[in-house]
Design a protein around this ligand. Structure first.
Ligand SMILES: Nc1ncnc2c1ncn2[C@@H]1O[C@H](COP(=O)(O)OP(=O)(O)OP(=O)(O)O)[C@@H](O)[C@H]1O
Length: 288
């Protein structure tokens, strides 16, 4: 079982001809909204990869539909709390060139309490995985509790925050980060990733695949060929698939291979949580 302490956002997309200047009021020519947030994306990816996942998070009342959507996708939702704070949301303004600006309100995502997290993890079993990113509060308490209970602790260090990593690093068993985050981390610590003492570190490298760093050394995995149309959510999909594989006992190599395949399909699609491929789509695409 994967316990995902993660953000749930409402992504609101506004299409505009140009970005408004200071003081300008501009009518958008299109609007759409969807489920987003790294946490929600990863929960959906885990469920699509056929592993059990329970999301630990918080939303406001107007965001009830996000919990319903996660449930529809096969995510367990009893630990998604409805509180008196607006659901996290991102106002994403996209101009005619596809350039975007984003205003993010973290809202309920950063109002988790220790009792919410503790109640969820009290249902976990040794060997389960706690997954965390950097878009909620509560990572220190969660990782500490999880470690005491014998869970494996997985951390996607995004959005990157050197202080957060420094506080958590002793309790992380599996870390997933992209190339930029890996460089930021090495710069912040002044040491190579291997020196952090984390058992398994996986760095995603976009079109170049990924590398896995462990006490066995460093191993490179090539990406599968793709014609990318939208890379949003590829990293979250990769991480969800990787951890689902590990939770299902598939081992690191097989899990990485599945994650690469899922990432490949994801970059060929527009959208995020709502279009994360399931195992059957992966089997069909790769002729498995
Ligand atoms: N151009 C590409 N061709 C094939 N696969 C890709 C491509 N870009 C990304 N991927 C797949 O997606 C995975 C994650 O991509 P990347 O390293 O860009 O993560 P990220 O920066 O976290 O992504 P995101 O844009 O979602 O934040 C890669 O490891 C790979 O499997």
């Amino acid at each position: 079982m994967i316990w995902n302490l993660g953000s749930i956002n409402i992504d609101k997309f506004y299409g505009v001809t140009h970005h408004p200047a200071g003081g300008e009021t501009l009518a958008a020519h299109s609007f759409s909204e969807g489920l987003g947030g790294k946490g929600a994306n990863m929960s959906v990816a885990v469920a699509r990869a056929a592993a059990p996942v329970s999301h630990i998070g918080a939303i406001g009342r107007e965001g009830r539909w996000t919990r319903d959507r996660l449930l529809e996708y096969g995510v367990d939702t009893p630990h998604i709390h409805e509180i008196d704070v607006p659901t996290g949301h991102a106002n994403i303004v996209v101009d005619a060139e596809g350039e975007n600006t984003i205003v993010l309100f973290q809202g309920a995502n950063v109002r988790l309490t220790e009792s919410m997290i503790g109640a969820a993890l009290s249902e976990a079993s040794a060997g389960d995985i706690l997954l965390m990113q950097n878009e909620t509060n509560g990572q220190e308490y969660a990782s500490h509790t999880a470690q005491k209970l014998g869970l494996r602790v997985a951390y996607a260090a995004a959005p990157f925050d050197a202080d957060a990593v420094a506080r958590l690093v002793d309790r992380i068993d599996i870390m997933v980060l992209n190339a930029i985050e890996a460089a930021q981390l090495e710069e912040a610590t002044g040491a190579p990733l291997l020196a952090l003492g984390i058992r398994d570190v996986v760095v995603t490298l976009g079109a170049d695949g990924c590398k896995w760093i462990s006490d066995q050394g460093e191993r490179a995995f090539e990406a599968y060929p793709a014609q990318p149309v939208d890379t949003t959510g590829a990293g979250d999909t990769f991480t969800g698939y990787l951890l689902a594989g590990l939770d299902r006992g598939l081992g690191m190599e097989v899990s990485i291979d599945l994650a690469l395949k899922a990432g490949t399909l994801m970059v060929m699609r527009h959208g995020t949580a709502d279009v994360i491929p399931d195992l059957k789509e992966i089997q069909d695409h790769f002729g498995l």
